[in-house]
Design a binder for this molecule. Structure first.
Ligand code: ADP
Ligand code: ADP
Length: 225
C-alpha cells in the first residue's frame, strides 16, 4: 500500500507574470509503507516545492496527492490540515524548535495539541529522546544544545504524533560532515525502528546511498539516479 502517491504534479510560480518559473512538470512518485527514498537534485530544482506539496503545505496546479490512501484533492482546508497534523512529520535544515521551551516540552506540546494526555506525551517524548541518544538533554532549552543535539530533538518532535510519512529537507545540511553522519545515522535508525516511510532531500550522495532508493529531480520530472 502506498503511503504517499503523487501523480502528474505540476507547479509554476508567478504564472503569466514576470519571474514565471515552471518548477514541477509532471511528477509521478509513489512511496510504499516502510520505504525510505532519497530525493537528490541541485539547489533550485524544486525539492522544497515538492516536499511542501507532498506534505499538504502547498498545493499543486494540477495532479493528485494521496496520503495513506486518502485522496487530498477534494478535502476542505480543515480536513487537509487535520490529515497533515496526523500523518505527516516535517524536518528542515534548521531545527525550528521553540526557544523558550525545553527539549522535552518541544516534543510534548504537539502531542497535547493532538489530544494526548500529558503523562503519555511525556513518556513518548522521553522514549524518542533516548532512541536518538539525547535523553540526558530532556530538560535543556534548544540554545543550550549543540547543533547535532538540536536536530536530534527536532527529529523526535517530527515523530511526536507517530506520523505515517516523514518529509525531510536537507535534515543534516547545517551540520559539519562528521556530526552530519552521526546525526543522519540516528535519524535512519529512528525511521527504521518506527517503520516510517520517508522522502528525504539531500545533496549528499553517500547519505542517499543508505536509503532504499534514490530519485533525482531533473527538469521538473523524476528520473532514476
Ligand atoms: P530547492 O528546494 O530544490 O532548492 P525550491 O523548491 O525552493 O528548490 O525552488 C525551486 C524554484 O522555484 C527556484 O527557482 C525558486 O527560486 C523558485 N521558487 C520557490 N518558491 C517560490 C515562490 N514562493 N515564488 C516564486 N518562486 C519560487
Ligand atoms: P529551502 O530551499 O531551504 O527551503 P529557500 O531559501 O529556497 O530555502 O526557500 C525559503 C522559502 O522561500 C520557501 O518557503 C520558498 O518557497 C520561498 N522562496 C524560495 N525562492 C523564492 C522566490 N524566488 N520567490 C519567492 N519565494 C521564494
Amino acid at each position: 500500500e502506498a503511503v504517499l502517491d503523487l501523480q502528474g504534479i505540476e507547479k509554476t510560480y508567478n504564472r503569466g507574470r514576470a519571474g514565471e518559473v515552471q518548477v514541477l512538470r509532471g511528477i509521478d512518485l509513489t512511496i510504499a509503507r516502510g520505504e525510505v527514498v532519497a530525493l537528490v537534485a541541485p539547489s533550485g530544482a524544486g525539492k522544497s516545492t515538492l516536499l511542501h506539496i507532498a506534505g499538504l503545505l502547498d498545493t499543486a496546479d494540477s495532479g493528485r496527492v494521496a496520503i495513506g490512501g486518502v485522496e487530498t484533492g477534494t478535502l476542505s482546508d480543515a480536513r487537509r490540515t487535520e490529515l497533515r497534523r496526523r500523518e505527516v512529520g516535517f524536518i528542515y535544515q534548521f531545527h525550528h524548535l521553540l526557544p523558550e521551551f525545553t527539549a522535552l516540552e518541544n516534543i510534548v506540546l504537539p502531542q497535547l495539541a493532538n489530544g494526548i494526555r500529558r503523562k503519555a506525551a511525556e513518556a513518548r517524548a522521553r522514549d524518542l529522546l533516548s532512541r536518538v541518544g539525547v535523553a540526558h538533554r530532556a530538560d535543556h532549552r534548544p540554545a543550550a544544545l549543540s547543533g547535532g543535539e538540536q536536530q536530534r530533538v527536532a527529529f523526535c518532535r517530527a515523530l511526536a504524533n507517530a506520523p505515517k510519512l516523514l518529509l525531510a529537507d536537507e535534515p543534516t545540511g547545517n551540520l559539519d560532515p562528521e556530526t552530519s553522519d552521526q546525526v543522519f545515522a540516528a535519524l535512519m535508525e529512528l525511521v527504521r525502528d518506527t517503520g516510517l516511510s520517508a522522502l528525504i532531500a539531500t545533496h549528499n550522495l553517500a547519505l542517499a546511498a543508505r536509503m532504499d532508493r534514490t530519485v533525482r529531480l531533473d527538469a521538473g520530472r523524476v528520473a532514476p539516479l
